[in-house]
Design a protein around this ligand. Structure first.
Ligand code: FAD
Length: 410
């Protein structure tokens, strides 16, 4: 089939694509290759022993025991994808087109780096069984008894994961204290005026949020803060961010950025020939936003693989230039964000942030560049489309939450 589609199709279809990392981005790359007609060999290597699974449910249904797992509904055998689990890749020699694993080398014609990210840990707590992170199915399995046992929990970091874990822990009946070094939740993601109302969500849910609070030490049964406060803690959950899992690329010649992420180009190619990178492990130059973006969200791991598959198969390079999107479920609220804003953009509120449903829009030169929607999924859906088109909007009409967001179109 694909032999007929491209000029050098026969040679192309004999290529072996090896994908490293069997998370969302890796699995979707394999699926997209087959969907787009790639007929060559595809191998997916994953370090974890589990059947590939989706991460967002880990901090939600899986944590609460409402779902046993979140395995992707993908039939790898039927797709003709060789899946090798428990197979960690330790290095790559791009000149030889060869990967290193404990079980021996693996050759490739095209390599896709999709190794995701690893949670940042509190220094010195790596081997303490009472100190947890939440990234993998195994992490969630270790945390389920903490919730079921209704332990006192101290959550370090009021970011997305911290908020979602605190939500689940409160639902399970744990006493929850969240300590945050910054002055508000989500300090790295949202401006102060927007994150400030979110601080009240913690108290409403019965969780204590302590801002400007830094951890000095974790001791048996307690977390000690810099100001000397001792917080009782049967378990500590650390949610202070994640770093690209790219240690195995050291010395490979594949260029990394300031956050140790793979620097991909607009076609998601890396600095070495025949090597692509996608998902949480890499950044790409956004033409739309005129800056390099390192996105640690699910939708990026879904969309990027389609561009990679198109570029592996096709003759004309496809450009990756998405409107980033993510969601979070916290304290009974559905929070969604699309686009990418900067501090200098004009903020337009839609609705009262003390209420159950409100949105914030960001305008640049009269066009929408970002939208945050709390309990207003229609605003998100319409805003996402308007961001894509870049159409000019009327700020006064936009500020009226009774009107559909799209009615602000000029
Ligand atoms: P990963 O999912 O991290 O997958 C990478 C895989 O590569 C891992 O399985 C890893 O073991 C493997 N690997 C790493 N190194 C190697 C190696 N050397 N050799 C072989 N394999 C290797 N996003 C949202 O938008 N909304 C949400 O509500 C949301 N909730 C989340 C909840 C949790 C608990 C977590 C952890 C993330 C959540 N996210 C959410 C983010 C989203 O899940 C990630 O952006 C997405 O999983 C990224 O996919 P990925 O394939 O790039 O990386």
């Amino acid at each position: 089939m694909s032999e007929q589609r491209s000029g050098n199709g026969t040679a192309r279809d004999q290529r072996h694509v090896v994908i490293v990392g069997a998370g969302m981005a890796g699995v979707q790359t394999a699926v997209a290759l087959r969907e787009q007609g790639f007929a060559g060999a595809v191998t997916l290597l994953g370090a974890e022993p589990h059947r590939p699974y989706d991460r967002p449910p880990l901090s939600k249904a899986v944590l609460l025991g409402k779902a046993d797992g979140s395995a992707f509904d993908v039939d790898f055998e039927a797709l003709g994808v060789t899946l090798e689990l428990g197979r960690e890749v330790t290095g790559v020699r791009t000149g030889d087109h060869e990967l290193d694993t404990a079980a021996g080398p693996v050759g490739y014609d095209v390599l896709v780096v999709a190794t995701g990210a690893e949670p940042v840990r509190l220094p010195g707590t790596g081997s303490d069984p009472a100190v947890h992170v939440l990234r993998t199915l195994d992490d969630a399995a270790r945390l389920r008894p903490v919730l079921a046992g209704q332990h006192d929990v101290v959550v370090v970091g009021a970011g997305w994961i911290g908020a979602e874990f605190a939500t689940a822990a409160r639902e399970a009946g744990c006493r929850v204290t969240v300590v945050e070094a910054a002055g508000r939740p989500l300090a790295e993601a949202l401006p102060a005026e927007i994150a400030a109302p979110m601080a009240a969500w913690y108290a409403d849910a019965g969780a204590e949020l302590r801002t400007h609070a830094r951890v000095r030490a974790v001791e048996p049964g307690a977390v000690v803060l810099e100001d000397g406060t001792r917080l009782p803690a049967g378990a500590v959950v650390v949610g202070i961010g994640a770093r690209p899992a790219t240690g195995w690329l050291t010395g490979s010649g594949i260029e990394l950025g300031a956050h140790r992420e793979v620097l991909a180009d607009a076609h998601l190619r890396t600095s070495r020939p025949d090597v692509y990178a996608v998902g949480d492990c890499s950044s790409f130059p956004s033409g739309r936003y005129q800056e390099r973006l390192l996105v640690h969200h699910w939708d990026n791991a879904l969309q990027g693989p389609r561009t990679i598959a198109a570029n592996i198969i096709g003759e004309t390079p496809a450009v990756y230039d998405p409107v980033p999107y993510f969601w979070s479920e916290q304290f009974g609220r559905f929070v969604q964000y699309a686009g990418h804003h900067r501090a200098a953009d004009t903020t337009v509120w839609r609705g009262d942030p003390a209420g159950a449903a409100w949105s914030v829009c960001w305008l640049r030169a009269g066009a929408l560049v970002g939208v945050l929607a709390v309990g207003r999924p229609r605003d998100l859906a319409q805003g996402r489309k308007l961001i894509e088109t870049g159409a000019a909007l009327d700020a006064d009409r936009l500020a009226d939450p009774a009107r559909p967001l799209k009615s602000a179109l000029l």
